[in-house]
Design a binder for this molecule. Structure first.
Ligand code: HPA
Length: 273
């Protein structure tokens, strides 16, 4: 395997050879939200398969491509499909696209995901602005030799989710009449959903939502000096909250129902990010 800097550069060069303009905002869209990419103007689609050193996404409900284009007049790079640790990718593969986006000049990142509601005051269909996270994946994408071209060895994580954007997003959500909760996102590896005892533990430890993504990308993005906004769609109540089993079908169904309000909110956030 090549040196990671060379791998990033190869991917960057390939993408740049196909772009006329530099993107400024990166978006990683979770389950069911990929359609935002289809709404971008001046679309320029680049499939992951063609990008040197890029992993390939496999999970149902996810595509595997970048849509470069414009939303709300801003130049965006939208990832339709992300790489999950539970699929068997290494952490470096999960965050490789972050490094490539940063190399393309992107310094602002919006991440979305589907998650289970740990906070019993939440309901399926709620949107939650992520104010902080707890990494329960038992590993970290920055383990190994530090990539100094991206950032320092021991990056600060005390403002991992932009506090600058928080008040603005609350204001936007009020104006659009799209309520948004605030909370802490805990990441587990999956792919099994959590047990009721694990969810009880997460609640005691301060989590409001639980999911199987986002945290690796946000760690890598912060390391690389990017400003991050994270929004979670509560697609189901986490294990043990309700007396019913969890299913991927429920996750997809709720994400689909919430899609329109989620997209309206995102379009507005992009405008002011
Ligand atoms: N747990 C973990 N990941 C999830 C969940 C959940 O309940 N819902 C959607 N993604």
């Amino acid at each position: 395997m090549n040196n990671i800097n060379e791998m990033i550069l190869e991917a960057q060069n390939y993408i740049e050879s196909k772009l006329k303009e530099k993107p400024e905002i990166g978006l990683i869209l979770g389950s069911g939200l990929g359609v935002l990419g289809d709404r971008a103007e001046k679309r320029n689609i680049i499939d992951y398969v063609g990008i040197p050193n890029f992993p390939i996404s496999t999970v149902e409900g996810h595509m595997g491509r970048f849509v470069f284009g414009e939303i709300s007049g801003r130049k965006v790079a939208i990832m339709q499909g992300r790489f999950h640790f539970y699929e068997g990718y290494g952490m470096k593969e999960v965050v490789f696209p972050i490094w490539v986006m940063r190399s393309l000049g992107i310094k602002k990142l919006i991440v979305t995901n589907a998650s289970g509601g740990v906070n019993i005051n939440f309901s399926p269909g709620d949107l939650m602005l992520i104010t902080d996270h707890i990494n329960f994946m038992g590993t970290n994408p920055l383990i190994g030799p530090n990539i100094y071209s991206m950032g320092v060895r021991f990056p600060d994580m005390s403002n991992a989710y932009s506090s600058r954007m928080k008040d603005l997003i609350i204001k936007i959500s009020n104006e659009l009449n799209i309520p948004i909760k605030l909370g802490v996102y805990a990441s587990m590896t999956g792919p099994a959903y959590e047990t009721p005892a694990e969810i009880k533990m997460l609640r005691i430890l301060g989590a409001d939502a639980v999911g199987m993504s986002t945290v690796p990308e946000v760690i890598a993005a912060n390391h690389a000096g990017m400003e991050v906004v994270g929004i979670s769609c509560i697609t189901n109540m986490a294990a043990g909250v309700l007396d019913k089993p969890l299913s991927h079908e429920e996750v997809i169904k709720t994400a689909e129902e919430v899609k329109d309000k989620f997209l309206r909110l995102l379009v507005e956030i992009i405008k002011y990010f």
